[in-house]
Design a protein around this ligand. Structure first.
Ligand code: OGA
Ligand code: MN
Length: 282
């Protein structure tokens, strides 16, 4: 197994490994690399759905984003091969993915990790980017670090989708969570490495103690500052690639592409640890 760090502050490309048949030593190598680099790119794996779920299950409890399904398409193509229209609910969710976010921060237990694999790709665009919230936090000036250290924000998929003009209804599917909106600290200490990271992104809003406008401004300023080189990694996908990322310390986003071309990815999400990824009592 070869782990080659990228030029960014996060991410490594891992080769010489078959994710469908990991022995104990290889698994420990993967887990260590995951904690160190936060994003691991495995080219040319061509995992079956079952193998992707099994790889995910090594990290923890696999979420069912659709009841009964531990792997879900992130796709603008219907089963019959036709493509979604931009104004359809599912397409609006995909367009939402083009804003910097972390997965399941709008649920009572946020995600530990997500796995994405590439199956059908557009001829250009449709890359994925990740941004390192550990090095972003470390790069803040002292005044900002001190200012935000006691802050928390609510997280809601209704809120983030409304900002792009998508008005989703309660019961609209995974993430459109109707319970009490989770409140989460702006600075998250990683449960394994202890490293502090900014915990922000498009689902965050409403910092208690700030006006709505001051909260929006601060959250936008933080994302704009954080998601800059050398903290951003872009991956141009090839069919068969598999990527896993640590939602506890990175943001990610899809890049735009021509929606008249198909883009089919398969997603598996690993739930956080209730001890460390539960929302605060509000
Ligand atoms: C996701 C996601 C981005 C992409 O799967 O959670 O945000 O590039 N995907 O499809
Ligand atoms: Mn996502």
């Amino acid at each position: 197994m070869k782990v080659s760090p990228t030029d960014a502050t996060l991410g490594a490309v891992v080769t010489g490994i078959d994710l469908a048949s990991l022995d104990g030593a290889a698994w420990r190598g993967v887990e260590d690399a995951f904690h160190e680099h936060a994003v691991l790119i495995f080219p040319d794996q061509h995992l079956s759905a079952e193998a992707q779920i099994a790889f995910g299950a090594r990290f923890g409890r696999v979420e069912q984003l659709v009841p009964g399904m531990e792997i879900v398409p992130i796709s603008n193509q219907r089963k019959d091969g036709s493509l979604l229209e931009d104004d359809e609910h599912q397409m609006q969710v995909l367009i939402g993915n083009e804003g910097w976010h972390t997965d399941s921060s709008y649920m009572p237990i946020s995600a530990k990790a997500s796995i994405l694999s590439a199956h059908v790709l557009p001829s250009s665009g449709g890359e994925t980017e990740w941004a390192d919230m550990r090095s972003a936090f470390a790069a803040l000036d002292d005044a900002m670090r001190t200012r935000i250290e006691g802050f928390a924000a609510y997280h809601s998929l209704f809120h983030s989708q409304a900002k792009i003009g998508h008005r989703a209804e309660v019961g609209a599917g995974y993430g459109f969570y109707e319970g009490e909106q989770p409140l989460r600290p702006l600075v998250k200490n990683h449960p394994v490495t202890g490293r502090p990271a900014l915990y922000i992104g498009r689902h965050a809003y409403g910092i208690p103690g700030l006006s709505e406008q001051a909260s929006e401004q601060l959250l936008a300023d933080l994302v704009n500052f954080a998601c800059q080189p050398p903290r951003v990694l872009q991956h141009r996908w090839s069919v068969g690639d598999v990527v896993i990322w640590d939602n506890r310390c990175v943001l990610h986003r899809a890049r735009p592409y021509d929606h008249r071309q198909a883009r089919v990815m398969q997603h598996t999400r690993i739930q956080g640890d209730p001890a460390t990824e539960c929302a605060l009592e509000s």
